[in-house]
Design a protein around this ligand. Sequence first.
Ligand code: HEC
Ligand SMILES: [Cu+2]
Length: 327
Amino acid sequence: MRRAELLSRILIIIGIILAVGAPLYFWKSTPIIHAQMADDGGWSPDVIQAEVGKPIRLKFTSDDVVHGFAVGQMDMQSMDILPGKVTDVTLNFDKPGIYTFFCTRWCGLNHWRMRGTIEVSGSPSDPEPISPPLYVSLDLDIDAPHDAPIIPSQTPFAIRGESLATQLPINIYPSPDYYLSHSPYQVFTDLSNTSLSESQRWDVVAYIWQSNTTKESLENGKQLYAQNCAACHGENGAGDGVFADDLAQAGEASMQSMSGAMDMMMQTPVDFTDPTRMLGASPALLQGKILRGGMGTGMPMWGSIFTEEQIWDLIAYLYSFQFEYEK
Ligand code: HEC
Ligand SMILES: [Cu+2]
């Protein structure tokens, strides 16, 4: 065999190795992420590494039922993950940090525990200074009872409130901060130095709440609620979602097993149509509950999932179970 012939054979062999090996190598570098119900282990792996500016391709499959994938605080469409099929998505991060990815399909009572993290390294590595959420700067105890001692006898109506408000000699909303840090009941009390009757004061409160939101915000809140909250809190906010009974049963079980730690046990989901509860809660307090979660009560924490704006949209929507707004 001549030298040149030998060389070309060697080159062909190297070529074959590369053609077969390279895809195999890449296939190995992005292993398939398996999704399973939280009780069976959730995501594996559940920690993924990525780098700023380098697109990363993730492949998924489900080992049981249909799950979904989305990354919190990122503007992306959620993607379904079907059993026995491989689905892929390419992500690109422009900021370093720890991102939370989560399941977007209701796969069971512990669905919301199906979460994992993507650790994104790279520059700029100095995190932007983040101001603490409002409930922290206001130093609110979000676990303290906050029942409203007085509730309206009929649903407060924003349109009626508007015409009443224009006749008032006072400025009814000094600043957005006033709305965010006061419960409807507190605003109702602040209005007691006017000549209005109780039911008129509640109407003005409804008007103030309507003025602090927009139709877009309410619509967005409604969608987020249907996707993420309705399974526990109920389609119409009444605390009667499909998982409500399961939570109640888990609560009874935890009551029997750890009688000492009462405040850490599972509870039934809050009824947002209950005026005593909702009219006694300020937007800042609800923000705290949603960001932090209930710490063992069954209320998930959403801080790493939603943007600040999405959380205010959700809160605006929660109050719409109490007030009648302009259609
Ligand atoms: C897995 C069930 C579950 C899901 C899903 C859920 N919650 Fe809850 N939530 C609860 C339970 C249980 C409570 C009562 C215990 C507590 O307050 O910690 C609660 C309490 C709350 C409270 C406290 C109200 C108050 O007066 O203190 C707010 C606000 C709330 N949920 C908002 C939401 C929002 C918004 C979503 C969706 C983004 C959501 N929840 C999704 C179970 C759930
Ligand atoms: Cu799931």
